[in-house]
Design a protein around this ligand. Structure first.
Ligand SMILES: C[S@@+](CC[C@H](N)C(=O)[O-])C[C@H]1O[C@@H](n2cnc3c(N)ncnc32)[C@H](O)[C@@H]1O
Length: 160
């Protein structure tokens, strides 16, 4: 398998001068080439990687698996950040202009001229989700514990 080699690795490591307890955010994780080397320098520290492309992210996840095992699962704040990045990336692919909250509703709006296709969404529709031409309204109270999954499923359906 072809693996992307990190560019200017020596210079990056020299400039960052990583200490073992540092907290690092790699905002362009890619296949994790740089991050793999950063992790080599961490002992008690943590690394958060952000990647917009699901396929590339899964390659990085495999490459960095050894370190995930060593440090355990990320804390809730980091999981929330991962979730937000995933939703943003999916929303961009699905032509979604905004995801907002109003009272007990989560409202998904699409860019003008891109109406929602109810048939396409039929597999994930259920009581508590209303689909209009330009808005989807999710009743937050109805999905109190699972709203994140419901939102992600809906947006993912609009991509495919
Ligand atoms: C050159 S690659 C990074 C390579 C990585 N440093 C390595 O060593 O494997 C840049 C990556 O950043 C990702 N990327 C670019 N803009 C992004 C954004 N706004 N949010 C998340 N990821 C982004 C791209 O999908 C791409 O995989």
């Amino acid at each position: 398998m072809w693996i992307h080699n990190p560019v200017m690795l020596d210079q990056v490591l020299c400039y960052l001068d990583i200490r073992r307890n540092d907290r690092i955010v790699d905002c362009t994780l890619g296949e994790g080439g740089h991050s793999f080397q950063f992790l080599e320098h961490l002992e008690g520290g943590k690394l958060l990687g952000i990647e917009q492309d699901d396929e590339i992210l899964s390659r990085a996840t495999k490459r960095l698996q050894e370190y995930t095992d060593r440090f355990g699962t990320p804390p809730p704040e980091v999981e929330n950040l991962f979730y937000a990045v995933r939703i943003k990336a999916l929303a961009a692919k699905a032509g979604i202009e905004s995801v907002s909250t109003e009272d007990d509703l989560i409202i998904i709006r699409r860019f003008q001229g891109l109406p929602f296709d109810k048939e396409k969404l039929s597999a994930v529709l259920r009581d508590g989700i209303e689909v209009g031409r330009t808005q989807i309204r999710i009743n937050f109270k109805k999905f109190f514990r699972i709203w994140k999954r419901v939102l992600e499923e809906l947006i993912a359906k609009l991509v495919t």
